[in-house]
Ligand binder design. Structure first.
Ligand code: LLP
Length: 421
């Protein structure tokens, strides 16, 4: 995480001492580096320059308006999966022709909104959905662009909860079904089936699963061409892995080197949907050590952030590096093995298990690294906890991009019925 570094033993984000942000905004606090976000986007854009892809940042990874706006301003499109994400995309001024819409369960309301706005296309995940979008388009008297999401049945070698390209997963349709759909495409009078889409999983660190999936797609595209079925787009999804611990993910260049020749063969316009690659290592969750507690078996460091703020360890047993904001001198014998846990009433509420870390004390502050993707966006109010504030740092300036929630936000939409008053 190049923009998160120690200077004079204090952890900085770009040119701002994170401890100063804590003083100002308290904890738990998400801190993001603007230059990392843009840097990753540009890295990908340059690496894939030859295929001139439309890079649609995957909103679900981190949907803060400021982050979306920064990327859209830089030329990114957006990959969305709900009416709420469409609302955000429009709010930040994303041109509709740069929006692609995936997800297995789009509702009638969501489909209608997206058609009216005129998005680039839907990534359609089943025949029933195709029929539904056709019907809605007919009622709106519009021709709608769609791509078929193919489930290429490849093993991305990632956590089973974030594997999406196996036939045991709910996503997409198999090649046989896609073929059937394309053969009967004239029956869908209000659809223009103009592309193929894959997204095989997330946190994928090797290019091989992509090579294998795109290889299968190329065979399929060849077969279609022979039968006079022409397409316009190939959407290769997201999924590029990042370093959380000891992973050795491919760089954007290595990844491009393997994929560009294949993408060229397709002769189609290329779309990519990276999420984690762009924001994952651009954010940290800052938290305060509240208490230290020992049992006969374990030592616990209890912090003020919880699984409601960052659920990845609880949900996927994900590893996040944890660094003190103020460097703790590494003296012989001062390292200890601890569980770093939150205040929530669940045993899954942990950030690290049996982690060897320099001796922590109460009132120390920690940065949970690699928290930019699927951190805040997966947060909740569980245990009636207010969601944390978010700050964006650009060089030596910082901007509050989401206020800490207040107790009133927790109950804003709740009503006590008359008979209970
Ligand atoms: N496109 C589609 C259709 C997706 O479903 C996803 C992510 C992406 C793109 C972006 O994938 P990325 O480049 O970020 O890997 N919550 C999990 C990750 C779930 C990913 C869901 N889909 C985690 O925290 O690891």
């Amino acid at each position: 995480m190049h923009e998160f570094k120690y200077r004079n033993k204090q952890l900085y984000c770009e040119g701002v001492k994170i401890q100063d942000l804590v003083k100002r905004f308290s904890t738990p606090l998400y801190v993001y580096s603007y230059h990392t976000i843009l840097g990753h986007f540009i890295k990908l854009k340059i690496a894939f320059k030859k295929s001139k892809p439309l890079i649609c940042y995957s909103v679900k990874a981190n949907s803060n308006l400021a982050i979306l706006r920064a990327l859209v301003k830089e030329g990114a499109g957006l990959d969305i999966v709900s009416g709420g994400e469409l609302f955000r995309a429009i709010k930040v001024g994303c041109p509709p022709e740069r929006i692609v819409y995936a997800g297995v369960g789009k509702t009638e309301k969501e489909i209608k909104e997206a058609i009216k706005i005129g998005i680039l296309f839907f990534n359609v995940e089943s025949i029933s959905e195709l029929e539904n979008i056709n019907g809605i388009s007919k009622r709106l008297n519009k021709i709608t662009n769609v791509a078929i999401r193919i489930n290429p049945d490849v093993e991305p070698k990632t956590h089973r909860f974030i594997t999406t390209g196996r036939l045991t997963n709910k996503f997409g349709v198999d090649f046989k079904t896609a073929y059937k759909i394309l053969k009967m495409r004239k029956d869908f009078k209000f659809l223009n089936i103009s592309g193929l889409h894959i997204h095989i999983g997330s946190q994928i660190t090797s290019p091989l699963p992509y090579v294998s999936a795109i290889g299968k797609l190329l065979n399929f595209i060849r077969k279609l061409r022979k039968e006079g079925i022409e397409l316009e787009y190939l959407n290769i999804g997201g999924g590029l892995g990042i370093i959380y611990n000891k992973e050795t993910p491919q760089t954007a260049e290595e990844f491009a080197k393997r994929l560009l020749p294949l993408l060229k063969k397709s002769n189609l316009k290329i779309i990519m949907e990276p999420g984690r690659f762009i924001v994952g290592n651009a954010g940290v969750l800052v938290t305060k050590v509240l208490y230290i507690k020992s049992t006969s078996k374990k030592k616990f460091v209890i912090v003020d952030a919880g699984m409601n703020d960052l659920i990845r360890p609880a949900l996927y047993d994900a590893y996040h590096n944890i660094l003190p904001l103020k460097m703790i001198p590494q003296r012989k014998g001062n390292a200890q093995k601890v569980d770093i846990v939150g205040p929530i009433c669940e045993s899954a509420d942990f950030f690290a298990k049996n982690r060897t870390i320099p001796k922590l004390k109460e009132n120390h502050y920690l940065a949970i690294m690699g928290a930019g993707a699927y951190g805040f966006s997966m947060s909740s109010n569980y245990n009636s906890r207010c969601r944390p504030a978010e700050v964006l740092v650009k060089e030596d300036k910082f901007y509050l991009i989401r206020e800490r929630e207040a107790y009133n936000d927790l109950i804003d939409n709740e009503v006590i019925p008359e008979f209970l008053r």
